[in-house]
Each structure stands twice: as C-alpha cells, then as structure tokens.
Design a protein around this ligand. Structure first.
Ligand code: PAF
Length: 278
C-alpha cells in the first residue's frame, strides 16, 4: 500500500502512475473497525484502484472535547488496510486540507437540519466541506459510505448533485457485533456496563422492524422510545421513523422506503443506529 500525506503527491501518483480506473474512495476518520473494512472490501470488488482516506476532520465536530479525544490508532489502521488489500492510503495533516481559514456553506435545504442536524448544528456543513475536498483531491469514480450514517449519505448525495460531480455513491450495509450493536469507532469509549446498556438501541430498532406496519407507525415508535427510556443510563436524543427520500416524517408515499433512525448518549458516548423498515 502506498501512503501519501499531501494532495500533490497523491495526485501525482494517481495521474502519472496510470492508476487503474475506476478509482474508488473510502473516506474515513480512522480508528478502523470491521464496518470500514467491509467498505474496503466492497470498494475492491467494484473499483480497480482503492484509495482510503484517514482524516479526523475538525470542521465537522461540534464539541472540541470530542475532537481532541477522538481515537487515532494510526499504526493499527495501516496494518488493517494492508491486510484488507487497500492500494492507497491518503493521510493528510490538518494544514494540508485547511491551509488557510475558509468559509464553506452549501444550501442543501431542510435535510441538513433534521435529526443529527438538530443535535449537531453545522455538522453536515463540515462533512460536506471535507468530502468535497477529498473528492476534488482524489477525483474518484466511486465513493463508498456506510449506511450507519444514513443521513450523511443523503447529505453527500445532495452535495454531489448540486456541485455536479461525476461520482457514483455506493451505500454499504451496517456491520454489527454478534449481539447487534452497530460497529462504530466510538464503541471503544463504552465500559462493560455501558456496552450492555447500548444494546437497547439495536434491540428497539429490531423490534420496530419486526412489528412494523405503516398504519401503526406512531404507536410502534412510542413503544420503541419507551423501551429505550426505561434504561436509565441511555439518554435518548431522537428516534424517528421517516421516508428515505428526504428524511421527513411523511411516510405515506415514500419512493425509496421507510427507515427508523436513533441517536442516544450512553454515559458520555453518543451513538447512532438505524434500520430500514420497509
Ligand atoms: O463518516 C465519516 O467517517 C466522516 O463523516 C467522513 C465521511 C469521513 C468525513 O469526515
């Protein structure tokens, strides 16, 4: 695996070394787990050259403490990517991606402010800002994202559409631990007790999925909320059932389907999860 820290060196390699097309990009913030590695695997099946980026993007953090303590196990990440057969790792410093102070804003409408947007205002502007920069640097034909950040995928789709980028976005399924907990780089913050309490999120979603009928959606949503709120260590932020088109609550005629999304704090750790209901 080739490792690059600057955009110039990366582009020089991609353009001058005749990297085989299509090029697939897997953008990450590192602390790689099996969810990320499944993205690499899917990328390898669909792209001839697979680039993974690891960059803990400061502009998408809404809490300075969260940014500071975000895990950065660089050596193990490199080993995992080598083993997964990733071709190129792009691992820039903050000054490479943000050489000067800059203003970014892209109006993508209401989708930015719902769900995560309500609890982490500005988060998706930061996500779009860095993903746009990575897209410009790598110029991938395909980009791979995990369904766990479902709203992020919709946001990036909107950005790709508005900026007219010739990039196909590929959504990959959530990878779960054997007991159901959705894999996340933040799971390492959970102590044993919190780890057990956190399971209520995927259980509640699964229960909801099993019994889901559109007509009873509000009742089932309330039941799922009750299931979570009886766990005193889990502080629910939202549990919503929305259409998969623009993530609003009108599920009468969804084109792409219906999804339940949840966010909660378990101790100090904020977790999100979701499940497609129909
Ligand atoms: O999903 C993530 O890990 C990040 O939001 C992303 C897409 C790498 C942008 O920093």
């Amino acid at each position: 695996m080739e490792i690059f820290k600057t955009i110039a060196a990366l582009q020089n390699h991609l353009q001058n070394q005749n990297s085989r097309k299509p090029v697939g990009l897997v953008p990450t913030m590192g602390a790689l787990h099996n969810g990320h590695l499944s993205l690499i695997k899917t990328a390898k099946a669909q792209a001839a050259t697979v680039v993974c980026s690891i960059f803990v993007n400061p502009t998408q953090f809404t809490d300075a403490g969260d940014l500071e303590k975000y895990p950065r196990p660089v050596e193990t990440d490199i080993q995992k990517l080598e083993q997964a057969g990733c071709h190129i790792l792009f691992m820039p410093e903050v000054t490479e991606m943000y050489p000067q102070k800059e203003h970014w804003h892209l109006d993508i409408g209401e989708i930015e402010n719902r769900l995560e947007g309500e609890f982490r205002p500005g988060h998706y502007q930061g996500v779009m800002q860095i993903v746009y920069k990575l897209f410009v640097a790598v110029k991938p034909d395909l980009a791979f994202f995990g369904q766990k950040d479902f709203q992020q995928i919709r946001v990036i789709e909107k950005m790709v559409e508005l900026k007219n980028l010739p990039i196909k976005l590929v959504t990959c399924p959530i990878i779960r631990e054997a007991d159901g907990l959705a894999m996340s780089s933040r799971n390492i913050y959970l102590n044993d007790a919190e780890r057990k309490h956190a399971l209520i999120l995927s259980w509640a979603l699964l229960q909801l999925k099993k019994s889901f009928v559109k007509e009873a959606s509000e009742k089932l949503r309330q039941e799922a909320i009750e299931m979570i709120t009886v766990e005193p260590q889990v502080k629910l932020e939202y549990l919503e059932i929305v259409n998969m088109d623009d993530l609003n609550r009108d599920i009468s005629n969804p084109e792409k389907g219906i999804i339940a999304l949840v966010a909660a704090k378990v101790g100090q750790t904020r977790l999100i999860d979701n499940m497609i209901l129909s």
